[in-house]
Design a protein around this ligand. Structure first.
Ligand SMILES: Cc1cc2nc3c(=O)[nH]c(=O)nc-3n(C[C@H](O)[C@H](O)[C@H](O)COP(=O)(O)OP(=O)(O)OC[C@H]3O[C@@H](n4cnc5c(N)ncnc54)[C@H](O)[C@@H]3O)c2cc1C
Length: 373
């Protein structure tokens, strides 16, 4: 069988795209190397800009009582802190629950899945203009290919990407915890080499997630407990949280090799979305919304293409223009904030500045969030 669209990677960008396209009447195949449900390293804060789209795509979400997050706190070292309200804000939900609900909705709508199967390569037949995706379990024929394989894709966004390596790599660590705290507040606690976020998710749990320069982990011989003791606990708020929290799972979920290379949203073979097109540093809490926003826009352009209102070339150039206008500046700002946040000295100066001019902080938060869609 030939599909209208094959989507490689069924994460927070690929699953909504599959549902959106299926609802528009197209035959969709998702090739996913993993399975559902599963935990993923993520702060699990979703900007409110995606709220309506997510509920339209996945009605089961509207039945959940999820925490609304509209206050923000930044701390560094001992007793340096800044608190403000957030204009748009966000809500909290675990990736475990969110992806599981999206997967079930996609199946219900009739999206086909190849699970535990890895896509290896994509070939274009110049005669028929069909694509063949080579997978670990046979070939998939399709008219269009969308790549939502995330930040660590084996399928490169462009030939140049194959030669690019990031100068700095980060490690991400996540726990689910229980502790009494303000459910409407997201806290970012800076420490040497990184920062740790805490915000609430479903069922009264909180997501405790940090990102740290891999050099810091190397310095403590790759021991996570040592990393926490040596670096995170330099911030007394973090030491207090770790000492008082009840850990829902004792071993954290971890990920290494995180970088923030800028990639490309379109190549000859695929349309890229989510982190596969470029990743937003987590300090701005907007990576998932970037994936959702690009799924919504791409689905619309693909629909126009199949309805013959635009050519394939226009589909590519429209999506490319959309992506750059919407995300290129935000990604650059997120990378700048990421670098800043590694240094307590700079974070402390930023906190002082924010305390002197609170509207400045609200302006920065506004710049990192998009508009509701
Ligand atoms: C520490 C940390 C904290 C974060 N916190 C937040 C936050 O609070 N809020 C927020 O909005 N964003 C946050 N982000 C960013 C967010 O997690 C990402 O932007 C988001 O996960 C991107 O979704 P995606 O669908 O593009 O990629 P992914 O979620 O990585 O999904 C990619 C999928 O593709 C599959 N795959 C990969 N290769 C293949 C292949 N060859 N064949 C088949 N399948 C394949 C993978 O198994 C995976 O399921 C954080 C990121 C980090 C690192």
């Amino acid at each position: 069988m030939k599909y209208d669209v094959a989507i490689i990677g069924g994460g927070i960008a690929g699953l909504p795209l599959s549902i959106d396209l299926k609802k528009r009447g197209y035959d969709v195949m998702v090739i996913e190397k993993g399975n559902y449900p599963r935990h993923k390293v993520c702060g699990e804060y979703i900007s409110m800009e995606s709220h309506t789209y997510l509920q339209n795509i996945c009605p089961a979400l509207s039945g959940l009582d999820l925490p609304v997050i509209n206050q923000f706190k930044l701390t560094s070292g001992k007793r340096k802190e800044f608190t403000t309200t957030m204009g748009l804000g966000g809500f909290g939900i675990s990736r475990f629950l969110l992806e599981d609900l999206l997967f079930k909705e996609a199946e219900k709508q009739g999206v086909k899945f190849m699970l535990n199967i890895k896509a290896r390569d994509i070939d274009l037949d110049p005669g028929s203009l069909n694509y063949t995706i080579k997978t670990s379990s046979g070939d998939v024929m399709t008219s269009l290919v969308c790549n939502s394989t995330g930040r660590k894709s084996n399928l490169k966004t462009s030939p140049e990407m194959a030669h690019k390596t990031a100068s700095t790599n980060y490690v991400g660590v996540k726990y689910h915890v229980r502790l009494p705290r303000n459910a409407n507040l997201i806290e970012i606690h800076n420490f040497p080499g990184g920062y740790c976020g805490i915000s609430n998710i479903e069922d009264g749990k909180s997501c405790l997630c940090y990102i740290v320069n891999s050099k810091n982990l190397n310095a403590v011989k790759n021991s996570i407990p040592e990393l926490e003791k040596t670096f995170l606990f330099k911030n007394d708020k973090l030491e207090e949280i770790f000492n008082h929290a009840e850990f829902v799972f004792k071993e954290p979920v971890t990920i290494s090799g995180i970088n923030f290379l800028i990639k490309e949203p379109v190549t000859d073979h695929s349309f890229f979305l989510g982190d596969a097109a470029g990743s937003m540093a987590p300090i701005v809490g907007n990576g998932m919304s970037m994936g959702l926003r690009s799924a919504s826009a791409l689905s619309n352009y693909i629909d126009q293409y199949f309805q013959t209102s635009i050519t394939k070339q226009e589909l590519a150039s429209n999506y490319n223009a959309f992506w750059n206008k919407e995300f290129a500046t935000r990604i650059k700002l997120s990378r700048f904030l990421q670098q800043l946040s590694e240094y307590p000295f700079l974070t402390k100066r930023t906190i002082e500045l924010f305390n002197l001019f609170p509207p400045l902080a609200r302006g920065v938060i506004r710049q990192t969030h998009g508009k509701p869609f």
